[in-house]
Design a protein around this ligand. Structure first.
Ligand SMILES: Nc1nc2c(c(=O)[nH]1)N[C@H]1C(S)=C(S)[C@@H](COP(=O)(O)OP(=O)(O)OC[C@H]3O[C@@H](n4cnc5c(=O)[nH]c(N)nc54)[C@H](O)[C@@H]3O)O[C@H]1N2
Ligand SMILES: Nc1nc2c(c(=O)[nH]1)N[C@H]1C(S)=C(S)[C@@H](COP(=O)(O)OP(=O)(O)OC[C@H]3O[C@@H](n4cnc5c(=O)[nH]c(N)nc54)[C@H](O)[C@@H]3O)O[C@H]1N2
Ligand code: SF4
Ligand SMILES: [Mo]
Length: 724
């Protein structure tokens, strides 16, 4: 006990009294937008411990002062009425919560964890993290689970988001992370946007793209089954049948080969596996793909010409329409193949550029916050990797298990089956955002101990919790985040966290000390954790950040790799065309079109697509408080093509039920010809806030990509019927 007190004394408060005092006069604090992966810089005006104005940071290279509606209203999420400000627990779900203070609550969690591990083994506990936490928080929890408690049962919402992109980069280029940077936007001749609705989901980046495309400096191709605002602005919109992208991508490669637009010198010197994929795409004539994709053959020719012609640079952006699929990795590889075949990679204006969704999904990938990974893009299955990390962590290499833990879908299934007894959720709302939420609910209800660490309460998930731990918001703490172009920015605290709320990393460290790992977690501030994280990346050629420090980040955000403190970070990777694979060559992998896991049938004839709207963020725990945003996107709906609605006798505003093999969803019909006949689109923002039966994920399924284990949230067979 005495030891723990010492540890707590060393811990520097997240906001020092000096800092607070300096904020009693008006000052500008530079930090980062807590929403999407564009990673816009904010200039926050603070006075008397309150935020009085939010503007875009004109010096930040991600946005140069621009903000979208969400970023511009972040001040309103801080003092929201449902902020969670005290630690609370209850013995069972029928009892009310009690709030005996932060330390006592955490001691209770530690006792329960010890008991459960003693009775059922270390794999009976699990963690579920988020790409919305700082790198330091993700790092601390990952070390806590894999290094201290010795379980690899730690996964994150990136499994639903970026897993396919990460797997494909690793397979093709040898290391995770895009080779490109935002400045490539101004240097390209062709934007190829596949399964991304950038106008609504990456708005500040989209403004740059639109500017170039509308001045006719570049062609804009958009591949999306919906006519989104992004597709509406395109020179060529391929309104593809959902899930058929691999057929399209293989046919584009077929045309590129037939037309002689391949870069033979590049292929010979810097790639391997070309002959096998060349042979496979031989079978993918544009005519064949056109039939499967439901688009005219001539459009495939045009896309291939604009992308592939030897005189142009081509930049691909892709997001959930590519990743959230049983072919997620294949779709990603298909895009990378087009770049490799034409040599349009590792040079200005060209390359594959997967968009990160959350503000720090990239940081999570650096620290390895998925069940099979270790920090510095390492793997739990590799003995040398385990040894390297155990040394830095100060634990025995035997402590880290060699088998990957449970991925998100399997984790909730294991809860349902009673194999996992305790789950600690940090910065996520899985009951509303995991596929097949009826199963997820059963799992959470069966948990003997559910700890939810969040900034707000109630959320769908926190309502089922035994323990609530109050977390500080990004705007209330120090830490780092990495955006879509691998740029690390420093978060500065603008205001102190309310009540007992604390930065997530600090909660992890306090808990680790209670579990007997005080020494390994004796950090005095977030910067200490960053330094340890840096050490994990130090010998990783493609991820070096030795040249980055908090001191340097105070002046400017920096991209990795950045080996030296006297040089800027690397904006474009692989410029010497040496890839991060064992041979230094980029690799082609044979891919082929496979039909989706849940195809339409006579009983379930419609294909349900799900996704986002411009002015709401995920389950609205933040944006739900902002009147301006709620006015712009006021409520849930299912977008239905007028032909389908007429056939089903459904009018605008009609109440309807979406029924799938997993369950049903109650919602409101919106007539909308931007969706293809035979398909529906429903945003997932409202979770159960519009009624327990209103959560679209009651209808989605957990079938996943075989490599990335990312579930197919974009495509479920359903029927739509009038509510009786
Ligand atoms: N406003 C707002 N912005 C956000 C977020 C938010 O909640 N709100 N969330 C952030 C996060 S975490 C993420 S991951 C990103 C997601 O950003 P995006 O991926 O751009 O957004 P989504 O709406 O999920 O899906 C993108 C598009 O994929 C299309 N699609 C569906 N199926 C297919 C298919 O088979 N093929 C193709 N080619 N396209 C298909 C959908 O019609 C949709 O328009 O957004 C980030 N930005
Ligand atoms: N049907 C369907 N489902 C989807 C998707 C889809 O396209 N369709 N997209 C998937 C994708 S890409 C994603 S990324 C997920 C997102 O899924 P989630 O991460 O589950 O969604 P959020 O609503 O962002 O939940 C984040 C929670 O963390 C809290 N929080 C925010 N900041 C912090 C913090 O700093 N610390 C702590 N401790 N808590 C914090 C918020 O209040 C909120 O309760 O949804 C996935 N689910
Ligand atoms: S584009 Fe993304 S990072 Fe920028 S202000 Fe909007 S939500 Fe924030
Ligand atoms: Mo995401």
């Amino acid at each position: 006990m005495r030891k723990r007190k010492d540890f707590l004394r060393n811990l520097r408060p997240s906001l020092s009294p000096d800092l607070l005092k300096s904020r009693s006069v008006e000052s500008i604090v530079k930090t980062i937008c807590p929403y999407c992966g564009v990673g816009c810089g904010l200039a926050v005006k603070v006075c008397d411990g309150r935020i009085v104005q939010v503007k875009g940071d004109e010096d930040h290279p991600a946005n140069f002062g621009s903000l979208c509606t969400k970023g511009a209203t972040v001040d309103q999420i801080v003092e929201a009425p449902n902020r969670l400000i005290s630690a609370q627990w209850r013995a069972d779900r029928d009892s009310p919560f009690v709030a005996p203070g932060f330390d006592s609550t955490l001691e209770y969690v530690a006792e329960r964890f010890k008991e459960i591990i003693r009775s059922h083994g270390r794999d009976s506990v699990a963690f579920y993290l988020s790409g919305q936490l700082t790198t330091e928080s993700q790092y601390a929890f990952n070390k806590l689970a894999k290094g201290a408690l010795g379980t690899n049962n730690l996964d994150s919402n990136s499994r639903l988001c970026m897993a396919s992109a990460a797997s494909a980069y690793k397979l093709a280029l040898g290391a995770d992370g895009p080779p490109t940077c935002y400045d490539d936007i101004e240097l390209t001749d062709c934007f190829f946007i596949l399964g991304a609705n950038m106008a609504e989901c990456h708005p500040v980046l989209w403004q740059r793209i639109k500017r170039r495309a509308s001045r006719k400096r570049a062609r804009l191709i958009v591949v999306d089954p919906r006519r989104t605002p992004t597709a509406d602005a395109a020179h060529l919109h391929l309104a593809i049948q959902p899930g058929t992208d691999v057929a399209l991508l293989n046919a584009m490669l077929h045309i590129i080969i037939a037309q002689g637009w391949t870069n033979e010198t590049f292929l010979r010197a810097h790639t391997e596996g070309w002959d096998a994929i060349k042979e496979r795409v031989e079978a993918w004539s544009p005519a064949r793909a056109a039939k499967i994709c439901g688009i005219p053959e001539v459009e495939i020719h045009r896309a291939a010409f604009w992308f592939g012609h030897t005189s142009t640079e081509a930049l691909s952006f892709y997001a959930m329409g590519a990743n959230q699929s049983t072919q997620g990795v294949a779709k990603n590889l298909g895009i990378i193949h087009l770049h490799l075949a034409t040599g349009k990679i590792a040079r200005p204006g060209s390359g594959p550029f997967s968009l990160t969704g959350q503000p720090n999904a990239m940081g999570g990938r650096e620290v390895g916050y998925m069940s099979g990974l270790l920090p510095g893009h390492r793997s739990v299955t590799d003995a040398a990797h385990r040894e390297e990390i155990a040394k830095i962590w100060g634990v025995s290499p035997r402590r880290i298990q060699s088998k990957p833990g449970l991925d998100a879908v399997r984790l909730f299934e294991a809860l349902e089956m009673g194999q996992v007894k305790a789950l600690w959720v940090v910065g996520s709302n899985p009951l509303a955002t995991m596929p097949n939420s009826n199963m997820v609910r059963r799992g959470l209800e069966r948990a003997e101990l559910l700890v939810v660490q969040d900034c707000y309460h109630p959320t769908e998930t926190s309502q089922l919790a035994h323990v609530l731990l109050p977390a500080a918001l990004n705007l209330e703490m120090e830490g780092t985040m990495t955006n879509s172009e691998r740029r690390i920015s420093l978060l500065r605290p603008c205001v102190p966290p309310p009540g007992e709320a604390r930065p997530d990393w600090e909660i992890a460290c306090r808990f680790a000390a209670l579990m007997g790992y005080e020494e390994q977690f004796s950090y005095t501030c977030a910067g200490d954790i960053f330094e340890e994280h840096k050490q994990c990346c130090s010998n990783v050629y493609s991820l070096q950040m030795d040249g980055i420090s908090y001191r340097r980040l105070k002046y400017q955000p920096i991209q990795w790799p950045c080996p030296s403190s006297s040089r800027p970070g690397v904006s474009r990777r692989y410029r010497r065309r040496i890839f991060a694979t064992s041979t230094g060559r980029a690799k082609f992998h044979v891919i082929d079109y496979e039909p989706p896991a849940d195809p339409a049938t006579a009983k379930y004839p419609l294909l349900l697509n799900t996704g986002r709207l411009a002015h709401q963020w995920h389950t609205r725990t933040k944006t739900g408080h902002v009147a301006k945003l709620n006015k712009l996107n006021p409520g849930p709906f299912v977008a239905t093509h007028p032909e389908d609605a007429a056939r089903l006798g459904l009018a605008e505003g009609a109440r309807a039920r979406l029924v799938s093999r997993r369950g049903f969803v109650r919602t409101t019909v919106k007539l909308d010809d931007s969706v293809l006949p035979g398909t529906l689109f429903m945003p997932f923002h409202w979770g159960q806030s519009a009624g327990e039966e209103g959560c679209v994920n009651r209808a989605t399924h957990g079938e996943n990509d075989p490599i990335s284990l990312q579930p197919e949230l974009k495509l479920s067979a359903v029927r739509l019927e009038a509510e009786v």
